[in-house]
Design a protein around this ligand. Structure first.
Ligand code: 9MR
Length: 582
């Protein structure tokens, strides 16, 4: 399936595509992306529905079951059976559960809309609703569409029972803010989203959403993300505008989810669209997934349903349909194949700042032989792959991942979606910059320029957090801890990286088996007091590029937990790593 690229679509038969070796769910997981569908639990008993859902998606959202009407059928009556069955399905199949939606003008029960309320009463009703529903799902729903469709297409606030007719007594976006605060109080950990349609691209409506989001972020209102519904037609989406809008929202630190993607097409009386329209639809599905993959904070793509058998479109727009990625017989459509293509072939996106020392997590530059970690949203194996020293050296390709410096693949320690550890090659010595690229399954990112420095020293912490008690041993190779403190006049062994070259210089990725001195001079202070270095060089048993420093703890070193600083070639490690002294 990986081979199905868009260019093929023009010539291939567009009827249906075979399922590939990897589901979209797996491909999305490799890209650190959630791939979801809106669902109706009344179809769970239909095996093709359930099987397709569980196989192809790693996220579900109730199309209707968590709305106000279904969950809150009487003033003091709540009903969760239907939504609970979706939560159970999600749990049984390892899927994330999105909640939809708490504050909306639609799908309200007649007990609410048919009576007259004061603003104070409505405020109490809404607070109780949010607290009860969010509270009920606080261990299951990872993200909520807290407020849905609060703006008109011209960017003004929609008049609703919650906003101003009569409203909960808070003018402008203050009622929205209040809803987010109530939701946060009911679930401290759930991500809270504002969700809307026709606000995907730049324009007056998305400007209004952006202005609200910017104001909320500036004032600490608990808004975590923006849902872009993405109910599209056969007209090509404005990808430039969508990307620009996503970028400005991401620049506020907000996550973006595509929440309700579908593409409605003109259909015949049997609900079938032409091959040409299905190809157009496939292009749109491809392009929306691809634009999401360009924005690291775009975290999920969800379609509004998944089979043309069940979709809101034909009932709302007579003569239109075929809006989803599976046909009414659950066969994958060209739209499915095109999303597989986008997930497989959209290049990874890399930033220089993604590369940091694996010891300190500090970035800014890379030094030859430095053990580095790359944190990003790039594709990679969904399960952690750890390298071993085959023939005494680390591989430069691991589960399809390579990290290239000036076109040369670096030795790798481990990789998983979003995180890769590698050893910067020794040939970087003498260069001032390097061009870094990330590759997964043969698809490379664009190169980014990373500064090279001769050294970039950092000590390893015992818990690998970059700070706190160091990974420090005594001469019996026992960890130095509060219970086994360093003794003045005794030796401790520090472990570091970014200490530059050694002489002799081992090969890239080789296991260090012998001692070899650092080329640059190394000094150490503990608690600010100079301590004599008896050995600074390769760390036998670690990969080349790891450094070991044996230090004599000076008589003047103070007691207690003291900062340890390694200085190599005039550059000091961060003072965030400590050692316990007797
Ligand atoms: O698809 C949903 C349909 O079954 C419901 O009757 C309708 C009213 O509750 O809501 C539809 O879903 C909407 C979603 O909740 C918000 N964005 C627009 C969706 C399509 O109308």
């Amino acid at each position: 399936m990986k081979g199905f690229l868009l260019p093929c679509l023009a010539t291939a038969s567009l009827a249906v595509f075979p399922l590939g070796a990897q589901s979209i769910r797996d491909l999305a997981a490799e890209r650190g992306l959630r791939f979801g569908a809106a669902v109706d639990p009344s179809h769970f008993s239909e095996s093709l529905y359930s099987d397709t859902l569980a196989r192809e998606f790693n996220q579900v959202e109730p199309e209707n079951a968590m709305k106000f009407g279904p969950t809150h059928p009487g003033l003091n009556v709540y009903s969760f059976a239907s939504a609970d069955s979706i939560a159970a399905f999600a749990a049984a199949h390892g899927m994330a559960l999105r909640g939809h939606t708490l504050v909306w003008h639609s799908n309200l029960p007649s007990w609410l809309t048919g009576a007259t309320w004061t603003t104070a009463q409505l405020s109490n009703i809404l607070q109780d609703h949010i607290s009860t529903v969010v509270g009920h799902y606080k261990d299951q729903v990872f993200a909520w569409d807290v407020v849905n469709e609060a703006f008109n297409d011209n960017g003004t606030l929609r008049s609703t029972i919650w906003s101003n007719s009569p409203g909960i007594g808070l003018a402008g976006t203050a009622y929205i803010e209040q809803a987010f605060r109530w939701a946060r109080a009911a679930s401290p950990k759930a991500y809270l989203y504002y969700n809307d349609y026709n606000a995907e691209s730049t324009g007056v409506k998305s400007d209004a959403v952006y202005a609200m989001a910017k104001d909320f972020k500036a004032r600490g209102v608990p808004l975590d993300g923006i849902g872009m519904q993405m109910h599209l037609t056969s007209a090509a989406p404005n990808l430039t505008g969508i990307e620009a809008n996503m970028r400005r929202l991401a620049d506020l630190g907000l996550m973006i989810d595509i929440t309700e993607l579908d593409v409605r097409l003109t259909v015949n009386s049997s609900g079938i669209a032409s091959d040409a329209l299905l190809a157009t639809e496939a292009q749109t599905y491809h392009d929306i997934v691809a634009v999401c993959l360009k924005i690291p904070l775009c975290r999920g793509v969800q379609t509004w349903g998944f089979t043309d058998k069940y979709s809101w479109v034909p009932g709302t727009y007579p003569g239109l349909g075929a809006a989803l990625e599976f046909d009414a017989g659950y066969r994958p459509k060209p739209a499915y194949a095109s999303m597989v293509g986008a997930l497989s072939n959209t290049p990874p996106v890399l930033a220089a700042a993604d590369l940091v020392s694996a010891a300190s997590y500090g970035g800014g530059s890379v030094s030859p032989g430095e053990i580095v970690a790359l944190f990003n949203t790039n594709p990679g194996p969904a399960a952690l792959a750890v390298a071993d020293f085959t023939d005494g050296r680390l591989p430069t390709s691991l589960s399809g991942v390579r990290l290239l410096f000036d076109g040369i693949a670096a030795p790798l320690l481990y990789t998983v979606t979003g995180q890769t550890a590698a050893i910067a090659p020794f040939f970087l010595a003498g260069r001032s910059t390097t061009q870094m690229q990330y590759e997964y399954k043969g698809i490379q990112s664009a190169a980014v320029t990373v500064a090279v420095s001769p050294v970039h020293p950092a000590l390893f912490a015992a818990n690998a957090s970059g700070s706190g008690p160091g990974a420090i041993l005594d001469l019996a190779y026992h960890p130095v801890t509060a219970a086994n403190p360093a003794r003045r006049g005794g030796y401790v062994i520090l472990y570091a990286t970014g200490a530059g070259l050694t002489s002799p210089l081992p090969g890239d990725g080789q296991l260090a088996t012998d001692t070899a001195s650092l080329s640059a001079r190394a000094t150490v202070t503990i608690g600010g007091v100079d301590c004599a270095v008896s050995y600074a060089g390769a760390a036998p048993g670690l990969v080349a590029g790891g450094a070991q420093v044996n230090v004599l703890v000076s008589a003047g070193v103070p007691s207690g937990e003291q900062p340890v600083v390694l200085t190599v070639g005039g550059v000091s490690s961060p003072a965030s790593v400590t050692v316990f002294v007797e």
